[in-house]
Ligand binder design. Structure first.
Ligand SMILES: [Ca+2]
Length: 469
């Protein structure tokens, strides 16, 4: 094991504490080359106490944030599970993953020889393991792991009468309409796959912590992805009447419905959920209650994982965001802020440090590698944000790239500090539409201002920036 990387890491932490807003930053005292624990959740937008959510009960993730860099503007590169995950795992942005990638095929189909994130650590002497949903359901990358990956049998439902049910997570398929969208079962955490998987991962972390070899573990929770099933004790932490409905129930003004919106809503593929029209407030609030219960379930499981975090860099994030009713959408699959923005914590400091700069999930690969002193790979399309750790005023990216295509048009988006710009082009590159959202005046992306004359200059400039990517 090379130790030069750890010397680099100690140095940067020392600089960070000097530049941090905290008056008293404690020195870190790791004993050796650090372990890495990479925790990925599914469909979790930053509805967390650490991000200012007034409803979420997330004491464990909030506690992790107290020792972390908290990224306020971190974005996925495509708001759908398999694409986002294959992206940060491989270090490639979605369009570079290849046309053959989908829910079944990983980036390996077109990139058999590139070194993936955990594979790089494995090659450098780390003990690497995988637990749960890392790429996509059923997808694996055996060459990245020191041991076969662990995925429990799918335990989606646990309530009496539901235990034999299995949801079909594939758009609005009629066969799924026998399955409930959510349940609050009087069961232990381990009655569902996430609890069972967390238990195995926790044991593995404990064992690996006793070994001299550092570990790089990736742990992927399936929640809060639909169905919103969680033990009842997590539902009971919320008063449903206090759960707010979306502030943005209507589609944005001047939005390009044909491209920006999807005609289906994932939740509508489940039993007793209306297939058309807006939901009654009671139902919308109940679904959000279920979503929050799943977040709290994940929070409890994360808390168990991070009990032993000595000498360990912890990353906590999600594959993309979610729109529980926002703009009338109940899913992801868009280029909107709510679908692309993710929580991102990187625990490398003994104090909370809120990073305001813009970052992309694809940056995690080069950043973690540089943090640990591992030489960069040539294929990486993200960039390390180590300079921000050295000097918080240095800033990060000028923009984060995301994409989502629909109805024959390719949708590409960039998010700057001030704006979100989305451009839709047909296969012959004809411009099919533009969207521009002014985040300094419109946090909810409620008005597409692309057609307004006073935004024409910025529209042109951002179009040029996007064209250069
Ligand atoms: Ca997902």
């Amino acid at each position: 094991m090379k130790r030069v990387g750890w010397i680099v890491f100690c140095t940067l932490v020392g600089l960070l504490t000097l530049g941090c807003q905290k008056e008293e930053a404690r020195e870190l005292s790791f004993s050796d080359v650090p372990n890495v624990l990479f925790i990925i959740t599914d469909d979790l937008r930053p509805d967390l106490g650490a991000y200012g959510d007034k409803v979420a009960v997330t004491p464990n993730i909030d506690r992790l944030a107290q020792d972390s860099l908290l990224f306020n503007r971190a974005y996925c590169q495509k708001a759908v599970c398999w694409s986002s995950r294959n992206s940060f795992f491989s270090g490639l942005i979605p369009r570079s993953l290849g046309k053959k990638i989908n829910a079944q095929n990983t980036f390996r189909l077109e990139h058999p020889d590139i070194v993936a994130l955990p594979q790089l650590f494995k090659n450098q002497g780390w003990y690497t393991r995988s637990f749960g949903k890392i790429l996509h359901n059923g997808q694996d990358d055996p060459m990245s792991w020191s041991e076969p990956f662990f995925e429990p049998e799918p335990l989606n439902y646990a309530a009496p009468g539901n235990v034999d049910k299995h949801p079909i997570i594939n758009r609005a398929v009629s066969e799924n309409r026998v399955n409930p969208l959510y349940e609050a079962a009087e069961v232990d955490d381990e009655a569902y796959e996430d609890g069972l998987m967390g238990q195995v991962a926790r044991r593995a972390i404990r064992e690996a912590s006793q070994c001299s070899k550092p570990f790089f573990f990736m742990v992927g929770f399936h929640k809060p992805h639909i169905p919103f099933n969680a033990p009842k004790k997590y539902w009971d932490l919320y008063d449903r009447e206090n759960i707010p409905l979306t502030e943005f129930p209507e589609p944005p003004i001047n939005v390009l419905q044909k491209y920006s919106f999807h005609p289906y809503r994932y939740v509508c593929s489940f039993a007793e959920i209306p297939e058309e029209g807006s939901f009654p407030d009671d139902l919308a609030r109940e679904i959000k209650h279920a979503y929050y219960a799943c977040i709290n379930y994940v929070d409890a499981l994360v808390g168990q994982l991070i009990e032993e975090k000595e000498n360990t860099i912890i990353v906590f994030t999600s594959d993309h965001g979610y729109q529980p009713g926002d703009h009338g959408l109940w899913s992801k699959h868009t280029n909107f802020e709510l679908a692309t923005r993710v929580p991102l914590l990187v625990s490398v400091t003994n104090s909370l440090f809120k990073v305001k700069s813009t970052f992309a999930l694809v940056d995690l690969f080069p950043t973690l590698a540089e943090l640990c002193g591992i030489p960069q790979s040539d294929h990486l399309e993200g960039k390390s944000f180590l300079q921000v750790l050295r000097n918080p005023s240095a800033g990060g990216r000028e923009n984060a790239y995301s994409e989502y295509s629909r109805n024959g048009a390719r949708g590409r988006s960039i998010r700057t500090e001030h704006f979100r710009y989305v451009e839709w082009r047909l296969s012959d590159q004809t411009l099919a539409g533009q969207e521009l959202y002014d985040h300094w005046n419109d946090l909810g992306e409620n008005v597409n201002v692309a057609g307004l004359s006073n935004y024409s200059e910025i529209l042109s400039r951002l179009s040029d920036v996007l064209a250069s990517r």
